[in-house]
Design a protein around this ligand. Structure first.
Ligand code: ADE
Length: 226
């Protein structure tokens, strides 16, 4: 997979890809991540990429030309499965969306900044609009990192058996059951006996029952949706 991330502050984006699972995914060539600075596509000598809103109102808007130039250049080089704009008014990110995006070859992630981007360039190029939750961030960069992480860890081969994504919360519309490691007793609190029984079927049944119980308690909406 290849992910191209376009931003006015690409420096914010880099460090999450330089550690742990994302770093390993890049080293093992499961994914290539490329950063593009929108200012490099400004024809203005001050590298201006934003301007005032027509009609008035607080907040600057990212100009159409640098975004159009950057995306057009990338599109001329390869086909993109999706051109995603990270924005609070997009569809809220969920696990199924991450699952489906993890199967794609080439993605562009466009980070908004200030008030957002000019509507015309949105209509020209954007194929999918994603929000990471009902709150407003100072830019789409953090959202692009969240989305990339959610996608990359699902690419086959990125996670090993110990960190398998198959047992994650949300993969079956349930939250994950409680997990324990050594010691068997900590400050008087014991690990549930069934987990130490070695009885695989009983362990599975316990985990399923716990997942259901916790989901009913914490996120009943996930069960009601079914
Ligand atoms: N940009 C600003 N806020 C955002 C959000 N909640 N999700 C995605 N992009 C954003």
């Amino acid at each position: 997979m290849r992910i191209d991330i376009i931003s006015v502050v690409p420096d914010i984006l880099k460090s999450p890809f330089e550690a742990s699972i994302l770093k390993r995914a890049i080293e093992k060539k499961h994914v290539e991540v490329h950063f593009h600075n929108l200012r490099d596509y400004s024809k203005n000598k001050y590298k201006q990429v934003d301007d005032y809103q027509y009609g008035g109102g607080a907040g600057m808007v990212l100009m159409p030309e640098p975004i159009d130039k950057c995306i057009s250049q990338l599109k001329a080089e390869r086909n993109y499965d999706e051109i995603v704009y990270l924005t609070p008014d997009g569809e809220t990110l969920h696990q199924k969306m991450a699952n489906s995006l993890s199967l794609k070859q080439n993605l562009i992630l466009l980070c908004g900044h200030y008030k957002g981007i000019d509507q015309r360039v949105r209509e020209m190029h954007i194929t999918k609009e994603i929000s990471i939750g009902d709150y407003v961030l100072s830019g789409g960069e953090v959202a692009a990192i969240v989305l990339s992480d959610a996608i990359i860890r699902l690419i086959p081969g990125v996670l090993n058996n110990e960190t398998s994504a198959l047992t994650d919360s949300f993969q079956d519309d349930l939250l994950a059951p409680p997990i324990y490691t050594r010691p068997a007793e900590y400050k008087g609190k014991k690990v549930p006996e069934v987990l130490m029984s070695g009885h695989f079927k009983k362990i599975e049944e316990w985990r399923e029952a716990q997942a259901l119980k916790i989901t009913k308690q914490k996120r009943p909406d996930l069960i009601d949706e079914k």
